[in-house]
Ligand binder design. Structure first.
Ligand code: CAO
Length: 536
Protein backbone atom coordinates (compact mmCIF):
# COMPACT_ATOMS: atom_id res chain seq x y z
CA UNK A 1 0.00 0.00 0.00
CA UNK A 2 1.41 3.41 -0.86
CA UNK A 3 0.24 6.99 -0.91
CA UNK A 4 0.53 8.71 -4.27
CA UNK A 5 0.35 12.46 -4.64
CA UNK A 6 -1.73 13.29 -7.70
CA UNK A 7 -0.89 16.55 -9.39
CA UNK A 8 -2.34 18.66 -12.17
CA UNK A 9 -1.04 17.37 -15.51
CA UNK A 10 0.19 19.37 -18.47
CA UNK A 11 -2.60 21.80 -19.29
CA UNK A 12 -1.41 22.53 -22.76
CA UNK A 13 0.13 25.81 -21.77
CA UNK A 14 -2.86 27.06 -19.78
CA UNK A 15 -2.03 28.66 -16.46
CA UNK A 16 -4.12 29.47 -13.37
CA UNK A 17 -7.05 27.44 -14.55
CA UNK A 18 -10.18 27.56 -12.42
CA UNK A 19 -11.48 24.46 -10.67
CA UNK A 20 -15.17 24.36 -11.50
CA UNK A 21 -15.89 20.98 -10.00
CA UNK A 22 -14.20 18.63 -7.55
CA UNK A 23 -15.56 15.21 -8.43
CA UNK A 24 -14.24 13.21 -5.49
CA UNK A 25 -14.21 13.45 -1.71
CA UNK A 26 -12.07 12.09 1.07
CA UNK A 27 -12.72 8.41 1.61
CA UNK A 28 -13.98 7.82 -1.95
CA UNK A 29 -12.84 4.62 -3.62
CA UNK A 30 -12.06 5.53 -7.20
CA UNK A 31 -10.95 3.78 -10.35
CA UNK A 32 -8.25 4.79 -12.75
CA UNK A 33 -9.71 7.26 -15.27
CA UNK A 34 -12.41 8.47 -12.90
CA UNK A 35 -12.62 12.24 -13.07
CA UNK A 36 -10.96 14.02 -10.20
CA UNK A 37 -11.53 17.60 -11.23
CA UNK A 38 -13.07 19.70 -13.91
CA UNK A 39 -11.01 22.72 -14.86
CA UNK A 40 -12.16 25.55 -17.01
CA UNK A 41 -10.22 28.09 -18.98
CA UNK A 42 -11.88 30.83 -20.95
CA UNK A 43 -11.61 28.54 -23.95
CA UNK A 44 -12.58 25.12 -22.74
CA UNK A 45 -13.31 22.90 -19.81
CA UNK A 46 -11.33 19.75 -19.18
CA UNK A 47 -11.51 16.86 -16.82
CA UNK A 48 -8.50 15.57 -14.94
CA UNK A 49 -8.75 11.80 -14.67
CA UNK A 50 -7.13 9.69 -11.97
CA UNK A 51 -4.07 7.76 -13.11
CA UNK A 52 -4.74 5.03 -10.54
CA UNK A 53 -7.41 3.16 -8.74
CA UNK A 54 -7.32 3.81 -5.03
CA UNK A 55 -8.84 5.48 -2.01
CA UNK A 56 -8.83 9.26 -1.67
CA UNK A 57 -6.95 10.13 1.50
CA UNK A 58 -7.14 13.88 1.30
CA UNK A 59 -8.30 16.45 -1.24
CA UNK A 60 -6.12 19.54 -1.50
CA UNK A 61 -8.22 21.68 -3.82
CA UNK A 62 -11.67 23.18 -3.82
CA UNK A 63 -14.02 24.76 -6.33
CA UNK A 64 -12.89 28.21 -7.36
CA UNK A 65 -9.19 27.49 -6.83
CA UNK A 66 -6.93 28.42 -9.69
CA UNK A 67 -4.42 25.73 -10.56
CA UNK A 68 -1.45 25.33 -12.83
CA UNK A 69 0.48 22.30 -13.91
CA UNK A 70 2.06 20.49 -10.96
CA UNK A 71 -0.39 21.70 -8.31
CA UNK A 72 -1.28 18.97 -5.84
CA UNK A 73 -4.83 17.72 -6.28
CA UNK A 74 -5.07 14.94 -3.75
CA UNK A 75 -3.40 12.06 -1.99
CA UNK A 76 -4.41 8.61 -3.11
CA UNK A 77 -3.91 5.39 -1.20
CA UNK A 78 -3.00 2.67 -3.66
CA UNK A 79 -3.27 -0.98 -2.76
CA UNK A 80 0.10 -2.09 -4.06
CA UNK A 81 2.59 -0.95 -6.61
CA UNK A 82 2.74 -4.38 -8.07
CA UNK A 83 -0.97 -4.52 -8.64
CA UNK A 84 -0.81 -1.05 -10.14
CA UNK A 85 1.83 -2.17 -12.58
CA UNK A 86 -0.45 -4.80 -14.02
CA UNK A 87 -3.68 -2.89 -13.64
CA UNK A 88 -5.33 -3.01 -17.05
CA UNK A 89 -6.57 0.56 -16.69
CA UNK A 90 -3.00 1.81 -16.63
CA UNK A 91 -2.86 0.68 -20.25
CA UNK A 92 -6.20 2.15 -21.03
CA UNK A 93 -5.21 5.70 -20.27
CA UNK A 94 -1.69 6.19 -19.15
CA UNK A 95 -1.40 9.83 -20.19
CA UNK A 96 -1.85 11.59 -16.92
CA UNK A 97 0.51 9.40 -14.95
CA UNK A 98 3.53 11.41 -15.89
CA UNK A 99 2.00 14.10 -13.75
CA UNK A 100 2.20 12.02 -10.64
CA UNK A 101 5.19 12.80 -8.49
CA UNK A 102 8.48 11.45 -9.79
CA UNK A 103 8.82 9.28 -6.69
CA UNK A 104 5.74 7.32 -7.58
CA UNK A 105 6.77 7.00 -11.18
CA UNK A 106 10.05 5.56 -10.07
CA UNK A 107 8.27 3.02 -7.95
CA UNK A 108 5.98 1.98 -10.73
CA UNK A 109 7.19 0.79 -14.09
CA UNK A 110 3.77 1.32 -15.62
CA UNK A 111 3.97 5.06 -15.04
CA UNK A 112 7.22 5.66 -16.89
CA UNK A 113 6.13 7.98 -19.68
CA UNK A 114 7.27 9.33 -23.00
CA UNK A 115 5.84 11.83 -25.44
CA UNK A 116 5.02 10.32 -28.79
CA UNK A 117 3.38 11.69 -31.90
CA UNK A 118 0.53 9.53 -33.11
CA UNK A 119 -1.21 9.83 -36.45
CA UNK A 120 -5.00 9.91 -36.16
CA UNK A 121 -6.84 8.75 -39.23
CA UNK A 122 -10.44 8.50 -40.37
CA UNK A 123 -12.11 5.47 -38.83
CA UNK A 124 -14.54 3.10 -40.43
CA UNK A 125 -17.34 5.40 -41.53
CA UNK A 126 -19.87 2.75 -42.22
CA UNK A 127 -18.93 2.09 -45.80
CA UNK A 128 -19.25 5.71 -46.91
CA UNK A 129 -16.68 6.85 -49.39
CA UNK A 130 -15.50 10.33 -50.37
CA UNK A 131 -17.23 11.98 -47.48
CA UNK A 132 -17.00 15.75 -47.20
CA UNK A 133 -15.26 17.46 -44.29
CA UNK A 134 -17.72 20.14 -43.20
CA UNK A 135 -15.94 21.26 -40.07
CA UNK A 136 -12.47 20.93 -38.58
CA UNK A 137 -13.05 21.34 -34.85
CA UNK A 138 -9.44 21.65 -33.68
CA UNK A 139 -6.39 23.71 -34.54
CA UNK A 140 -2.67 23.11 -34.34
CA UNK A 141 -1.51 23.59 -30.76
CA UNK A 142 -4.90 22.71 -29.22
CA UNK A 143 -4.84 20.45 -26.20
CA UNK A 144 -7.71 18.09 -26.65
CA UNK A 145 -9.32 15.45 -24.54
CA UNK A 146 -10.38 12.01 -25.55
CA UNK A 147 -13.85 12.20 -27.05
CA UNK A 148 -13.47 15.78 -28.26
CA UNK A 149 -14.61 16.18 -31.83
CA UNK A 150 -11.82 16.39 -34.36
CA UNK A 151 -13.77 16.80 -37.55
CA UNK A 152 -17.37 16.67 -38.72
CA UNK A 153 -17.99 14.71 -41.87
CA UNK A 154 -21.09 14.78 -43.99
CA UNK A 155 -22.21 12.28 -46.54
CA UNK A 156 -25.36 12.66 -48.59
CA UNK A 157 -27.14 10.69 -45.87
CA UNK A 158 -25.96 12.09 -42.57
CA UNK A 159 -23.36 14.03 -40.62
CA UNK A 160 -20.99 12.41 -38.19
CA UNK A 161 -18.32 13.54 -35.80
CA UNK A 162 -14.96 11.87 -35.45
CA UNK A 163 -13.93 11.95 -31.80
CA UNK A 164 -10.36 11.92 -30.60
CA UNK A 165 -9.33 8.49 -29.32
CA UNK A 166 -6.90 10.06 -26.85
CA UNK A 167 -5.96 13.12 -24.89
CA UNK A 168 -3.12 15.04 -26.48
CA UNK A 169 -1.83 18.09 -28.27
CA UNK A 170 -2.50 18.68 -31.96
CA UNK A 171 0.80 18.86 -33.82
CA UNK A 172 -0.41 19.09 -37.38
CA UNK A 173 -3.66 18.87 -39.31
CA UNK A 174 -3.83 17.09 -42.64
CA UNK A 175 -7.22 17.98 -44.01
CA UNK A 176 -9.42 21.03 -44.37
CA UNK A 177 -13.06 21.91 -44.81
CA UNK A 178 -14.38 20.86 -48.17
CA UNK A 179 -11.96 17.94 -48.54
CA UNK A 180 -13.42 14.66 -49.65
CA UNK A 181 -12.02 11.83 -47.59
CA UNK A 182 -12.42 8.11 -47.00
CA UNK A 183 -11.57 5.64 -44.25
CA UNK A 184 -7.88 5.66 -43.37
CA UNK A 185 -7.18 9.23 -44.47
CA UNK A 186 -4.85 11.04 -42.08
CA UNK A 187 -6.69 13.63 -40.00
CA UNK A 188 -3.96 14.94 -37.77
CA UNK A 189 -0.94 14.14 -35.66
CA UNK A 190 -1.38 14.12 -31.92
CA UNK A 191 1.32 14.39 -29.32
CA UNK A 192 0.35 12.06 -26.52
CA UNK A 193 1.91 10.91 -23.30
CA UNK A 194 2.50 7.21 -23.57
CA UNK A 195 3.94 4.44 -21.49
CA UNK A 196 5.13 2.82 -24.67
CA UNK A 197 8.29 4.08 -26.29
CA UNK A 198 6.81 3.23 -29.67
CA UNK A 199 3.14 3.71 -30.07
CA UNK A 200 1.14 2.05 -32.80
CA UNK A 201 -0.78 4.33 -35.13
CA UNK A 202 -4.06 5.31 -33.60
CA UNK A 203 -7.34 5.22 -35.39
CA UNK A 204 -10.42 6.59 -33.73
CA UNK A 205 -13.08 4.10 -32.89
CA UNK A 206 -15.28 3.22 -35.81
CA UNK A 207 -18.07 5.61 -36.40
CA UNK A 208 -21.42 3.97 -36.38
CA UNK A 209 -23.24 3.97 -39.68
CA UNK A 210 -25.42 6.96 -40.31
CA UNK A 211 -28.62 6.59 -38.38
CA UNK A 212 -30.91 9.01 -40.02
CA UNK A 213 -31.69 10.63 -43.26
CA UNK A 214 -32.55 14.08 -42.08
CA UNK A 215 -30.57 16.77 -43.77
CA UNK A 216 -29.43 18.32 -40.51
CA UNK A 217 -29.01 15.25 -38.39
CA UNK A 218 -25.89 14.07 -36.66
CA UNK A 219 -25.49 10.34 -36.46
CA UNK A 220 -24.74 9.15 -32.95
CA UNK A 221 -21.05 8.41 -32.72
CA UNK A 222 -20.17 5.32 -30.77
CA UNK A 223 -16.82 4.08 -29.72
CA UNK A 224 -15.63 0.68 -28.70
CA UNK A 225 -12.96 2.20 -26.50
CA UNK A 226 -13.60 1.27 -22.88
CA UNK A 227 -12.81 4.77 -21.73
CA UNK A 228 -14.95 6.65 -24.22
CA UNK A 229 -18.04 7.80 -22.38
CA UNK A 230 -21.11 5.95 -23.50
CA UNK A 231 -23.37 8.29 -25.33
CA UNK A 232 -27.00 8.33 -24.38
CA UNK A 233 -29.59 7.80 -27.05
CA UNK A 234 -30.00 10.87 -29.18
CA UNK A 235 -33.01 12.65 -27.77
CA UNK A 236 -34.04 14.42 -30.91
CA UNK A 237 -33.10 13.65 -34.44
CA UNK A 238 -33.53 17.31 -35.29
CA UNK A 239 -30.73 18.54 -33.05
CA UNK A 240 -27.48 19.03 -34.87
CA UNK A 241 -24.87 18.66 -32.12
CA UNK A 242 -21.97 16.40 -31.37
CA UNK A 243 -21.53 14.00 -28.48
CA UNK A 244 -19.43 16.34 -26.35
CA UNK A 245 -22.06 19.05 -26.64
CA UNK A 246 -24.83 16.59 -25.86
CA UNK A 247 -22.94 15.39 -22.79
CA UNK A 248 -22.41 18.96 -21.58
CA UNK A 249 -26.09 19.73 -22.18
CA UNK A 250 -27.03 16.72 -20.08
CA UNK A 251 -24.72 17.82 -17.30
CA UNK A 252 -26.17 21.32 -17.36
CA UNK A 253 -29.73 20.09 -17.66
CA UNK A 254 -30.17 22.20 -20.78
CA UNK A 255 -32.66 21.32 -23.49
CA UNK A 256 -30.72 21.30 -26.75
CA UNK A 257 -33.94 21.84 -28.67
CA UNK A 258 -33.91 25.39 -27.36
CA UNK A 259 -30.29 26.16 -28.19
CA UNK A 260 -29.62 28.09 -31.35
CA UNK A 261 -26.71 26.57 -33.23
CA UNK A 262 -24.36 29.05 -34.87
CA UNK A 263 -22.08 26.49 -36.49
CA UNK A 264 -22.22 25.44 -40.11
CA UNK A 265 -25.74 24.28 -40.96
CA UNK A 266 -27.00 25.29 -37.54
CA UNK A 267 -24.70 22.96 -35.64
CA UNK A 268 -24.80 23.59 -31.87
CA UNK A 269 -21.36 24.19 -30.37
CA UNK A 270 -20.29 24.22 -26.73
CA UNK A 271 -20.17 27.99 -26.89
CA UNK A 272 -23.76 28.10 -28.16
CA UNK A 273 -24.78 25.96 -25.24
CA UNK A 274 -22.91 28.11 -22.72
CA UNK A 275 -24.42 31.27 -24.17
CA UNK A 276 -27.87 29.73 -23.88
CA UNK A 277 -27.34 28.68 -20.27
CA UNK A 278 -25.95 32.10 -19.38
CA UNK A 279 -29.00 33.74 -20.91
CA UNK A 280 -31.26 31.48 -18.90
CA UNK A 281 -29.47 32.32 -15.69
CA UNK A 282 -29.27 36.04 -16.20
CA UNK A 283 -32.65 36.68 -17.77
CA UNK A 284 -34.86 38.14 -15.03
CA UNK A 285 -37.90 36.84 -16.79
CA UNK A 286 -36.83 33.27 -17.09
CA UNK A 287 -34.34 32.85 -14.29
CA UNK A 288 -36.87 31.59 -11.79
CA UNK A 289 -38.89 29.84 -14.45
CA UNK A 290 -36.02 28.02 -16.08
CA UNK A 291 -37.12 24.58 -17.05
CA UNK A 292 -40.59 25.87 -17.86
CA UNK A 293 -39.83 25.06 -21.45
CA UNK A 294 -40.76 28.51 -22.73
CA UNK A 295 -38.97 29.15 -25.99
CA UNK A 296 -36.56 32.04 -25.75
CA UNK A 297 -37.38 35.05 -27.91
CA UNK A 298 -34.77 35.45 -30.60
CA UNK A 299 -32.62 38.59 -30.49
CA UNK A 300 -33.46 40.70 -33.51
CA UNK A 301 -31.37 43.48 -34.93
CA UNK A 302 -34.09 46.06 -35.55
CA UNK A 303 -31.63 48.52 -37.05
CA UNK A 304 -31.86 46.51 -40.24
CA UNK A 305 -35.38 47.94 -40.69
CA UNK A 306 -34.63 51.57 -39.83
CA UNK A 307 -33.24 53.95 -37.21
CA UNK A 308 -33.49 52.83 -33.62
CA UNK A 309 -32.46 54.01 -30.17
CA UNK A 310 -31.60 51.51 -27.46
CA UNK A 311 -32.12 52.58 -23.85
CA UNK A 312 -31.40 50.75 -20.64
CA UNK A 313 -34.47 49.73 -18.68
CA UNK A 314 -34.79 51.33 -15.25
CA UNK A 315 -34.76 49.33 -12.04
CA UNK A 316 -38.50 49.64 -11.40
CA UNK A 317 -39.29 48.75 -14.99
CA UNK A 318 -37.14 45.61 -14.82
CA UNK A 319 -38.65 44.60 -11.51
CA UNK A 320 -42.19 45.13 -12.74
CA UNK A 321 -41.43 43.24 -15.90
CA UNK A 322 -40.07 40.25 -13.96
CA UNK A 323 -43.00 40.29 -11.51
CA UNK A 324 -45.55 40.52 -14.30
CA UNK A 325 -44.08 37.63 -16.20
CA UNK A 326 -43.79 35.51 -13.08
CA UNK A 327 -47.39 36.17 -12.24
CA UNK A 328 -48.59 35.67 -15.79
CA UNK A 329 -46.78 32.34 -16.02
CA UNK A 330 -47.76 31.06 -12.59
CA UNK A 331 -51.31 32.27 -12.18
CA UNK A 332 -54.15 30.87 -14.25
CA UNK A 333 -56.05 34.11 -14.74
CA UNK A 334 -59.77 34.59 -15.19
CA UNK A 335 -61.15 38.08 -15.76
CA UNK A 336 -64.79 39.05 -15.25
CA UNK A 337 -66.30 42.35 -16.34
CA UNK A 338 -69.11 44.42 -14.96
CA UNK A 339 -70.34 48.01 -14.81
CA UNK A 340 -71.07 49.51 -11.42
CA UNK A 341 -73.74 52.18 -11.31
CA UNK A 342 -72.06 54.98 -9.34
CA UNK A 343 -74.54 57.75 -10.21
CA UNK A 344 -75.53 58.23 -6.57
CA UNK A 345 -71.93 57.86 -5.39
CA UNK A 346 -70.86 60.59 -7.78
CA UNK A 347 -73.70 62.87 -6.62
CA UNK A 348 -72.64 62.29 -3.04
CA UNK A 349 -68.99 62.91 -3.93
CA UNK A 350 -69.94 66.20 -5.61
CA UNK A 351 -71.87 67.21 -2.55
CA UNK A 352 -68.67 66.80 -0.52
CA UNK A 353 -66.76 69.40 -2.53
CA UNK A 354 -67.12 72.23 0.02
CA UNK A 355 -65.94 69.92 2.77
CA UNK A 356 -63.08 68.69 0.61
CA UNK A 357 -61.93 72.27 0.29
CA UNK A 358 -62.34 72.89 3.98
CA UNK A 359 -60.34 69.78 4.88
CA UNK A 360 -57.85 70.18 2.05
CA UNK A 361 -58.47 66.59 0.95
CA UNK A 362 -59.76 65.66 -2.49
CA UNK A 363 -61.91 62.54 -2.69
CA UNK A 364 -61.78 60.76 -6.04
CA UNK A 365 -63.71 57.58 -6.87
CA UNK A 366 -60.58 55.67 -5.81
CA UNK A 367 -61.19 56.25 -2.08
CA UNK A 368 -64.71 54.81 -2.38
CA UNK A 369 -63.37 51.89 -4.40
CA UNK A 370 -60.82 51.09 -1.70
CA UNK A 371 -63.53 51.28 0.95
CA UNK A 372 -65.87 49.05 -1.09
CA UNK A 373 -63.14 46.50 -1.88
CA UNK A 374 -62.13 46.34 1.79
CA UNK A 375 -65.72 45.52 2.69
CA UNK A 376 -65.87 42.92 -0.10
CA UNK A 377 -62.68 41.27 1.14
CA UNK A 378 -64.10 41.00 4.65
CA UNK A 379 -67.30 39.53 3.24
CA UNK A 380 -65.50 37.18 0.81
CA UNK A 381 -62.35 35.88 2.54
CA UNK A 382 -61.37 33.73 -0.45
CA UNK A 383 -60.21 36.96 -2.09
CA UNK A 384 -58.13 37.89 0.94
CA UNK A 385 -55.89 34.86 0.67
CA UNK A 386 -52.59 33.61 -0.75
CA UNK A 387 -51.68 30.16 -1.98
CA UNK A 388 -48.68 28.55 -0.35
CA UNK A 389 -45.99 27.55 -2.84
CA UNK A 390 -46.23 23.94 -1.59
CA UNK A 391 -49.55 23.68 -3.42
CA UNK A 392 -51.10 22.19 -0.29
CA UNK A 393 -52.06 25.16 1.85
CA UNK A 394 -53.85 28.46 1.56
CA UNK A 395 -53.32 31.43 3.87
CA UNK A 396 -56.38 33.46 4.86
CA UNK A 397 -55.50 36.93 6.09
CA UNK A 398 -57.31 38.57 8.96
CA UNK A 399 -56.03 42.01 8.01
CA UNK A 400 -57.18 43.98 4.97
CA UNK A 401 -54.36 45.85 3.24
CA UNK A 402 -55.13 47.24 -0.19
CA UNK A 403 -52.55 48.27 -2.77
CA UNK A 404 -53.24 50.61 -5.65
CA UNK A 405 -51.20 50.98 -8.82
CA UNK A 406 -49.54 54.35 -9.34
CA UNK A 407 -48.17 55.36 -12.68
CA UNK A 408 -44.87 57.20 -12.15
CA UNK A 409 -42.24 58.41 -14.62
CA UNK A 410 -39.94 55.67 -13.28
CA UNK A 411 -42.54 52.94 -13.77
CA UNK A 412 -45.42 51.28 -12.04
CA UNK A 413 -45.43 51.03 -8.25
CA UNK A 414 -48.04 49.72 -5.84
CA UNK A 415 -48.16 51.40 -2.42
CA UNK A 416 -50.29 49.68 0.17
CA UNK A 417 -52.91 51.13 2.49
CA UNK A 418 -52.94 49.12 5.69
CA UNK A 419 -56.13 48.15 7.52
CA UNK A 420 -58.23 49.75 4.82
CA UNK A 421 -61.38 48.21 6.30
CA UNK A 422 -60.91 50.22 9.47
CA UNK A 423 -60.42 53.60 7.79
CA UNK A 424 -62.95 56.21 6.72
CA UNK A 425 -63.28 57.41 3.14
CA UNK A 426 -61.64 60.68 4.22
CA UNK A 427 -58.70 58.81 5.68
CA UNK A 428 -58.42 56.59 2.60
CA UNK A 429 -58.49 59.62 0.29
CA UNK A 430 -55.82 61.42 2.30
CA UNK A 431 -53.59 58.38 2.57
CA UNK A 432 -53.89 57.38 -1.08
CA UNK A 433 -53.02 60.91 -2.13
CA UNK A 434 -50.04 60.95 0.21
CA UNK A 435 -48.77 57.58 -1.01
CA UNK A 436 -49.33 58.46 -4.68
CA UNK A 437 -47.39 61.70 -4.19
CA UNK A 438 -44.57 59.84 -2.48
CA UNK A 439 -44.56 57.30 -5.30
CA UNK A 440 -44.29 59.96 -7.96
CA UNK A 441 -41.45 61.62 -6.01
CA UNK A 442 -39.65 58.29 -5.48
CA UNK A 443 -40.09 58.66 -1.73
CA UNK A 444 -41.79 55.34 -1.03
CA UNK A 445 -40.03 53.00 1.36
CA UNK A 446 -40.07 49.24 0.78
CA UNK A 447 -42.44 48.86 3.75
CA UNK A 448 -44.94 51.18 2.00
CA UNK A 449 -45.27 48.60 -0.77
CA UNK A 450 -45.39 45.41 1.27
CA UNK A 451 -48.12 43.35 2.83
CA UNK A 452 -50.84 43.95 0.26
CA UNK A 453 -53.86 41.61 0.16
CA UNK A 454 -55.58 42.93 -2.96
CA UNK A 455 -54.77 45.53 -5.60
CA UNK A 456 -56.77 48.17 -7.42
CA UNK A 457 -55.48 49.36 -10.77
CA UNK A 458 -57.35 52.45 -11.85
CA UNK A 459 -57.02 53.83 -15.34
CA UNK A 460 -60.21 55.83 -14.83
CA UNK A 461 -58.45 59.16 -14.99
CA UNK A 462 -56.75 58.12 -18.23
CA UNK A 463 -59.34 56.32 -20.33
CA UNK A 464 -60.40 53.03 -21.85
CA UNK A 465 -63.50 50.90 -21.51
CA UNK A 466 -61.92 47.89 -19.90
CA UNK A 467 -58.73 45.88 -19.50
CA UNK A 468 -57.53 42.63 -18.01
CA UNK A 469 -55.24 43.42 -15.07
CA UNK A 470 -52.58 40.89 -14.06
CA UNK A 471 -52.93 39.54 -10.54
CA UNK A 472 -50.26 40.95 -8.23
CA UNK A 473 -49.20 37.53 -6.92
CA UNK A 474 -49.09 36.19 -4.25
CA UNK A 475 -52.36 38.09 -3.97
CA UNK A 476 -55.18 36.22 -5.66
CA UNK A 477 -57.23 39.02 -7.18
CA UNK A 478 -57.02 42.51 -8.64
CA UNK A 479 -59.64 45.05 -9.65
CA UNK A 480 -59.21 47.02 -12.87
CA UNK A 481 -61.10 50.33 -13.03
CA UNK A 482 -61.77 52.07 -16.31
CA UNK A 483 -63.27 55.42 -17.26
CA UNK A 484 -66.69 56.30 -16.01
CA UNK A 485 -69.24 57.03 -18.73
CA UNK A 486 -72.88 57.93 -18.97
CA UNK A 487 -74.93 55.01 -20.29
CA UNK A 488 -78.64 54.39 -20.85
CA UNK A 489 -79.84 51.90 -18.26
CA UNK A 490 -83.30 50.31 -18.38
CA UNK A 491 -85.12 50.96 -15.08
CA UNK A 492 -88.12 48.77 -15.88
CA UNK A 493 -90.11 51.35 -17.76
CA UNK A 494 -87.56 53.72 -19.29
CA UNK A 495 -83.94 54.12 -20.24
CA UNK A 496 -82.27 56.30 -17.67
CA UNK A 497 -78.91 58.03 -18.07
CA UNK A 498 -76.65 56.53 -15.40
CA UNK A 499 -72.97 56.98 -14.57
CA UNK A 500 -71.52 53.55 -15.14
CA UNK A 501 -68.06 52.58 -13.98
CA UNK A 502 -66.46 49.71 -15.98
CA UNK A 503 -64.78 47.22 -13.67
CA UNK A 504 -62.71 44.15 -14.46
CA UNK A 505 -61.86 41.61 -11.83
CA UNK A 506 -58.95 39.25 -12.53
CA UNK A 507 -58.37 36.37 -10.16
CA UNK A 508 -56.26 33.29 -9.67
CA UNK A 509 -58.44 30.39 -10.70
CA UNK A 510 -56.49 28.07 -8.42
CA UNK A 511 -57.84 29.98 -5.43
CA UNK A 512 -61.10 31.39 -6.70
CA UNK A 513 -63.86 29.91 -8.82
CA UNK A 514 -66.06 31.76 -11.26
CA UNK A 515 -69.02 31.62 -8.88
CA UNK A 516 -66.90 33.22 -6.14
CA UNK A 517 -65.89 35.88 -8.65
CA UNK A 518 -69.53 36.51 -9.54
CA UNK A 519 -70.54 36.87 -5.87
CA UNK A 520 -67.63 39.23 -5.11
CA UNK A 521 -68.54 41.37 -8.12
CA UNK A 522 -72.22 41.46 -7.22
CA UNK A 523 -71.37 42.58 -3.68
CA UNK A 524 -69.03 45.26 -5.03
CA UNK A 525 -71.64 46.53 -7.49
CA UNK A 526 -74.25 46.73 -4.72
CA UNK A 527 -72.12 48.74 -2.30
CA UNK A 528 -70.82 51.06 -5.00
CA UNK A 529 -74.40 51.52 -6.21
CA UNK A 530 -75.60 52.37 -2.73
CA UNK A 531 -72.73 53.46 -0.52
CA UNK A 532 -75.02 53.59 2.53
CA UNK A 533 -74.47 49.83 2.64
CA UNK A 534 -70.82 50.48 3.44
CA UNK A 535 -71.73 51.79 6.85
CA UNK A 536 -73.90 48.83 7.77
N1 CAO B 1 -63.65 57.57 -14.37
C1 CAO B 1 -63.69 58.89 -14.64
N2 CAO B 1 -62.94 59.78 -13.98
C2 CAO B 1 -62.14 59.34 -12.99
C3 CAO B 1 -62.08 58.01 -12.65
C4 CAO B 1 -62.86 57.09 -13.37
N3 CAO B 1 -62.86 55.80 -13.11
N4 CAO B 1 -61.21 57.87 -11.63
C5 CAO B 1 -60.72 59.08 -11.36
N5 CAO B 1 -61.30 59.97 -12.17
C6 CAO B 1 -61.08 61.39 -12.19
C7 CAO B 1 -60.96 61.95 -10.80
O1 CAO B 1 -62.21 62.10 -10.21
C8 CAO B 1 -60.25 63.23 -11.07
O2 CAO B 1 -61.13 64.15 -11.60
P1 CAO B 1 -61.68 65.41 -10.79
O3 CAO B 1 -60.43 66.19 -10.48
O4 CAO B 1 -62.58 66.08 -11.73
O5 CAO B 1 -62.34 64.86 -9.60
C9 CAO B 1 -59.30 62.89 -12.18
O6 CAO B 1 -59.82 61.69 -12.76
C10 CAO B 1 -57.87 62.65 -11.77
O7 CAO B 1 -57.80 61.75 -10.70
P2 CAO B 1 -56.38 61.43 -10.05
O8 CAO B 1 -55.54 60.69 -11.00
O9 CAO B 1 -55.80 62.67 -9.51
O10 CAO B 1 -56.71 60.54 -8.82
P3 CAO B 1 -57.22 59.05 -8.77
O11 CAO B 1 -57.51 58.85 -7.35
O12 CAO B 1 -58.29 58.75 -9.68
O13 CAO B 1 -55.95 58.18 -9.21
C11 CAO B 1 -53.84 57.16 -9.09
C12 CAO B 1 -54.81 58.13 -8.44
C13 CAO B 1 -52.59 57.13 -8.28
C14 CAO B 1 -54.50 55.79 -9.11
C15 CAO B 1 -53.57 57.62 -10.54
O14 CAO B 1 -52.91 58.86 -10.50
C16 CAO B 1 -52.72 56.65 -11.31
O15 CAO B 1 -51.48 56.62 -11.20
N6 CAO B 1 -53.37 55.86 -12.17
C17 CAO B 1 -52.67 54.91 -13.06
C18 CAO B 1 -52.66 53.54 -12.47
C19 CAO B 1 -52.09 52.59 -13.48
O16 CAO B 1 -51.13 52.88 -14.17
N7 CAO B 1 -52.70 51.42 -13.57
C20 CAO B 1 -52.34 50.47 -14.55
C21 CAO B 1 -51.56 49.43 -13.90
S1 CAO B 1 -51.29 48.09 -14.95
O17 CAO B 1 -50.34 48.73 -16.06
Amino acid sequence: MSIEIIKVPDLGGADSVEVIEVCVAEGDQINAEDSLLVLETDKASMEVPSPYSGKVVSVKVKEGDELSEGAVILELEIVSNEEQAVEPEADVKPEPVNDVTPASADNNPAVATATVVEPISVPDIGGSDAVEVIEVCVAVGDSIAEGDSLVVLESDKASMEVPSPKDGKVISIHLKEGDSISEGALILELEVQSTNAVAPPVTPSPVSPPVANHSNTVAAVQSSSPITPQLPPVTSDDIYAGPAVRRLARELGADLNQVKGTGPRGRVSKDDLKTFVKQQLTSPSTGAASGSGIPVMPAIDFSQFGDINIEKMGKIHKLTSANMQRSWLNVPHVTQFDDADITDLESFRSSLKPEMERRGVKITPLAFLIKACAAALVEHPKFNASLQPDGEHIVYKKYVNIGFAVDTPAGLVVPVIRDADKKSVWELAAESLELATKAKNKKLKPADMQGGCFTISSLGNIGGQGFTPIVNAPEVAILGVSKLSMKPVWNGSDFEPRKMLPLSLSYDHRAINGADGGRFFTFLGEVLGDIRKLVL
